[in-house]
Design a protein around this ligand. Structure first.
Ligand SMILES: [Zn+2]
Length: 399
């Protein structure tokens, strides 16, 4: 069996570690994650790595080198609800396969390789993302441990039940010398590579992201008796903003903006909507472009409220700056790809966001069918996985 075929089969094995039979759902510190760890630990040991599990629940496999310094490889093992097989696990499996190749060739690099299988990136269980990489970056606050999941279990209890010590999360932080870098292989989750006919691409940056909660308050009234010119309809105002968001993002290259949730009150067929609250998510690899797009969209929102005589409230929910991948490592990744290496920006967030706080980051995207992810239809080919593994192996040698 080829190395790529083995990676594909291992992704199938992990897909069976699920909380919901018939689909893939693997939350942070769940029994399904525990089963996944048993396999991943075995595969790490097979590649002659020393395996440990830290307090937050990251599995770490270390392959010593001949000299000093450590290169970090990794991705996450948790999933969204009803996920695909490859978002996360593929990066861990390719990393292990690359180390296995070194070990089969009896080779030690001048530096150690530590493979990190992160405990949580998607944030499904506690509504808080990147728990694994945040612990490694020393950015997981003790206050977060009091978050509760859908069953009323606190994060601290979940960590303890999984075998970690919630009081010692601080120990998970990377304390050695600054690593040589963090490199992650991940499915693209977008259509660019497929459209260009390329199996893999280097990632230039992880887009920054702003999230807002917006509420329009008008006046509810009888749908049959209030004349059109007397209405203060909160939903028609929101509809205007939704279309403006789409139009703005369609004209600015690289900008994506989404209204993903809209709550209409009172929400009856015969009542004029009196109040509408909705979300706005804006992303762009360039932070200044994102900031000015947000400013323009919020100005448009306020102008709409004024013109339609509505109250408006805007709440900034979260903001994350974009993370530029290391030019040096990305150039090396381009050399490892060879030929016409394409650089793409990532609209989705990744563990590299927090790993960038402790080291240089590089990412390799693998083409996925139709750009589909967070969906059981997620699909990659064995041939493309083979290319990704060869590229990562070459990258290790070039480094
Ligand atoms: Zn992912």
């Amino acid at each position: 069996m080829s190395d790529a075929a083995k990676v594909m089969r291992r992704c199938d094995v992990l897909a069976a570690c699920t909380e919901e039979p018939g689909g893939i759902t693997r939350r942070f510190a769940s029994d399904a994650m525990g089963r996944a760890h048993q396999y991943v630990r075995e595969w790490m040991l097979e590649a002659r790595m020393a395996v440990t599990r830290d307090n937050v629940g990251n599995l770490r496999g270390r392959y010593e080198g001949a000299g000093k310094g450590t290169l970090l490889l990794g991705s996450h093992l948790d999933s969204v609800r009803d996920a695909g097989k490859y978002d996360g696990p593929l990066g861990v499996m390719v990393a292990i396969a690359a180390v296995q190749r070194l070990r089969d060739a009896g080779k030690r690099l001048p530096f150690a390789i530590e493979t990190l299988a992160f405990a949580d990136e998607e944030g499904l269980r506690f509504g808080s993302t990147y728990l694994g990489s945040r612990a490694v970056a020393g950015r997981l606050d003790a206050a977060e441990l009091q978050r509760i999941d859908a069953d009323g279990v606190t994060m601290a209890e979940a960590i303890r039940a999984f075998g970690g010590d919630p009081g010692r999360i601080g120990d998970d932080r990377w304390t050695g010398e600054r690593p040589l870098g963090y490199v992650e292989v991940h499915i693209e989750q977008g259509p660019v590579l497929e459209a260009r006919g390329l199996p893999v691409g280097a990632v230039s940056a992880i887009a920054g992201q702003s999230r807002f909660e917006i509420m329009f308050t008008g006046e509810a009234g009888h749908a049959g008796t209030v004349p059109m010119d007397r209405r203060r309809d909160a939903l028609t105002a929101a509809a205007e903003v939704v279309l403006a968001v789409e139009a703005a993002a369609s004209t600015e290259p690289g900008l994506v903006a989404t209204v993903g949730r809209l709550d209409v009150e009172p929400g009856a067929a015969n009542v004029i909507p009196g109040r509408v609250s909705f979300t706005l998510d804006v992303r762009h690899p360039n932070d200044r472009t994102r900031a000015s797009a947000c400013e323009a969209l919020l100005a448009r929102t306020r102008e709409t409220a004024r013109r339609r005589r509505l109250g408006v409230e805007v709440r900034a929910v979260s903001e994350r700056a974009s993370v530029a991948c290391s030019p040096r490592l990305t150039k090396l990744m381009g050399e490892a790809i060879g030929g016409r290496a394409l650089e793409v920006a990532s609209g989705a967030g990744h563990d590299g966001v927090y790993m960038s706080e402790i080291t240089d980051v590089a990412m390799l995207f693998v083409r996925c069918k139709g750009g589909i992810s967070h969906n059981p239809a997620e699909s990659v080919t064995e041939a493309d996985v083979g290319v990704a593994l060869d590229v990562l192996s070459r990258f290790l040698e070039l480094l």
